[in-house]
Design a protein around this ligand. Structure first.
Ligand code: NAD
Length: 293
């Protein structure tokens, strides 16, 4: 019988821990941590992500501000906004919600973010520091996956971890983190050119799936007893729901879950921990900004 890596429950618990810390900081006379978000255009999923980040910030007692710009904003205007946020001492960290409209070069925008405020961990400086094992802001989703494994006491040392997907925001950094001291997995990173994928994934003690294809991972790809982390998020039409859609992952849970020892549900697995990581990174940025321990 499989057990759930319940990201929703864990995120509630960690939010309470952060809220307690914020209350202590307030009692000592400090200002609240401040997380800002920049969003350009009207992409529905991005609006939802930013609204969730704002809601979670308020829940733990942070100040949160959202800078909304219309679709027609130029790269130059957006860079000016980034410059303003970099220099505002009251803002501890900020994120730029991706994707950006096609006429804006995302890399130019990411490169403009001060590494000290880059709580998404996307700048070259933070990626470099992470790979070198130095103090860094680690990207939120990989950090959330690590938190889930750690808090649920999943043994990682010496385990074979197979990651499917090599994106800069999930697959590549999670493969790096899990191979490092402290996690000590033996990691295999698979991608769109990998041959005999199922043969490799069947050898995984821990399978991290970040491929972006609905229900791609099926029972024949999973070793009995494996820990399966499903990062995928897809909205599919569902007339039976009030919202008109439901959320599914990259794993076909109806057939895979029974094979697993532990598995993340979708929704309610990795997603809530991604937001927690952002809050944790903001706390770190805040303490650095105010020279607090
Ligand atoms: P991406 O599209 O940038 O990367 C997908 C990766 O999968 C690529 O590296 C590609 O090489 C690999 N891939 C594609 N087809 C493959 C195949 N047939 N076999 C093996 N590998 C293949 O995606 P991403 O940004 O890493 O996101 C992955 C999924 O995770 C998406 O569904 C996304 O919505 C979701 N996501 C969730 C969270 C969260 O908080 N839960 C955060 C970020 C992304």
């Amino acid at each position: 019988m499989f057990q759930l890596l319940d990201g929703k429950a864990l995120s509630t618990q960690i939010k309470e821990e952060i809220a307690t810390e914020v209350r202590h900081l307030m009692a000592e006379g400090h200002r609240t941590p401040h997380l800002a978000a920049v969003i350009v255009g009207n992409d529905g999923a991005s609006q939802t992500y930013v609204a969730n980040k704002e809601k979670s910030s308020h829940e733990v007692g942070y100040t949160s501000s959202v800078y909304r710009y219309p679709e027609c904003t130029t790269e130059k205007e957006l860079l000016e906004s980034i410059h303003f946020l970099n220099n505002d001492p009251e803002i501890d960290g900020f994120i730029v919600q991706l994707p950006l409209p096609k006429h804006i070069n995302e890399q130019h925008v990411i490169d403009a973010i001060s590494p000290d405020k880059d709580v998404d961990g996307f700048t070259a400086i933070n990626v470099g520091r992470m790979v070198l094992g130095e103090e860094a802001f680690v990207p939120a989703t990989p950090m959330g996956i690590c938190t889930l494994l750690k808090r649920y006491g999943i043994e990682t040392a010496g385990k074979h971890c197979v990651v499917i997907g090599r994106s800069n925001i999930v697959g590549t950094p999670v493969a790096n983190l899990l191979s490092r001291k402290g996690y000590d997995c033996t990691v295999t990173l698979c991608h769109s050119r990998t041959q005999n994928l199922a043969e490799i994934t069947r050898t995984a003690d821990i399978l991290v799936v970040a491929i972006g294809k609905p229900e791609f991972v099926t029972a024949d790809m999973v070793k009995p007893g494996a820990v399966v982390i499903d990062v995928g998020i897809h909205r599919i039409p569902d007339e039976s729901r009030k919202s008109g859609y439901r959320i599914i992952g990259d794993v076909k849970h109806s057939e895979v879950d029974n094979l697993c020892s532990w598995v993340t549900p979708v929704p309610g697995g990795v997603g809530p921990l991604t937001i927690i990581s952002l809050l944790e990174n903001t706390m770190k940025a805040y303490k650095r900004n105010l020279n607090l321990k």
